[in-house]
Design a protein around this ligand. Structure first.
Ligand code: NAD
Length: 298
């Protein structure tokens, strides 16, 4: 779907007003990216602190562009006003597309998606930024599963070009088309992929995290592993990447992967012996989100 005018985009309904559920690492990043490219977005969370953090992060990213003279302060103010923070569903009746980016827990996601489906218009496209949970599974209680698909961004959203658009069993071409078009309007490179736990990227990434976790459990020094993987040519090592992703998110996603592919994935948390990553969560070392993970942050 790289070329303009592909079969998906020809069917795209315009996406003019959007919303994101969750103002965490991903929700905040998605709100920034949408606002920066000119599509207004409601940013909803259940916690005031999360909204504050999401806005602070967006302000910081816009301010950097002002520093680099890529934006004037007036332009920054205008772009920032594209983000409308909220703790309520008040204006959701008018949105064309919603990105759900709450915690990686199937039950929470199902509840949130059902709730929002009851409040939006009949044609509104619902998408989920889940890292691993099957889209067909998340659609099972929806009344309009044809309007639902995956829209999986990568972290940090403003820097990572790829967006996986995931087609569930009942997803319509129109929903895929609108999502692809929105991803492209955000300056991203959408790829349409089939549905399975972890989709494409995380099916490759999670066995890698599992391998890293095992090495640490067997006594390897995480900093050395990072250095070796950087020398191997990767932009960052697995410990640093886990700090970026968030240890709790990795454990939740690892559980979904282990359930989906028990013979291949192993588990990053939960069953049997505790994984190194689960131990990090138990010690509240969540990564950059709380300034301490494998590394310490300011
Ligand atoms: P996070 O913990 O930083 O943020 C989750 C946010 O959701 C929190 O602010 C929380 O208050 C909010 N929330 C919880 N219940 C809610 C509800 N009912 N309504 C509105 N907000 C609610 O998590 P994150 O890292 O931003 O991950 C969010 C989603 O994105 C997960 O599904 C995750 O798997 C996925 N994802 C994460 C990454 C990553 O690298 N962290 C990358 C791609 C996708």
């Amino acid at each position: 779907v790289k070329k303009k005018g592909s079969k998906y985009e020809k069917q795209a309904r315009p996406v003019k007003q959007t919303a994101v559920l969750g103002a965490g690492i991903m929700g905040g990043g998605i709100a920034y990216q949408s606002a920066s490219k000119g599509t207004p977005i409601l940013m909803k969370d259940i916690k005031d602190e999360a909204i504050e953090l999401g806005l602070k992060e967006a302000r910081k990213l816009f301010a950097k562009q002002v520093e680099r003279k890529k934006l004037s302060t007036e332009q920054m103010a205008e772009k920032l006003s594209n983000i409308r923070p909220t703790l309520s569903y008040g204006d959701f009746g008018h949105v064309d597309l919603v990105v759900e980016a709450v915690v990686e827990n199937p039950k929470v996601k199902e509840a949130v998606l059902t709730e929002v489906e009851g409040l939006v218009g009949e044609d509104t496209i619902l998408t989920s930024n889940t890292s691993t949970i099957s889209i067909t599974r998340l659609a099972q209680n929806l009344k309009r599963p044809e309007n639902f698909c995956g829209m999986h961004f990568f972290n940090p959203v403003h820097r990572m070009p790829l967006v996986e658009v995931i087609r569930g069993e009942k997803t319509s071409d129109a929903a895929v088309a609108a999502t692809v078009a929105y991803a492209r309007a955000m300056g991203k490179t959408p790829i349409v992929v089939n549905d399975c736990p972890g989709f494409l990227v995380n099916r490759v990434l999670f066995p890698y995290f599992g391998g890293f976790s095992q090495l640490v459990e067997q006594g390897a020094d995480f900093q050395r592993v990072d250095k070796v993987m950087e020398k191997f040519g990767w932009p960052m090592g697995p410990a640093y990447l886990l700090d970026v992703v968030g240890m709790d998110t990795a454990v939740h996603a690892g559980e979904v992967m282990a359930e989906g592919f028990p013979e291949r994935m192993g588990s990053l948390g939960g069953a049997g012996e505790k994984s190194a990553i689960q131990v990090m969560v138990d010690n509240e070392r969540l990564g950059q989100k709380n300034a301490k993970g494998f590394y310490a942050y300011e």
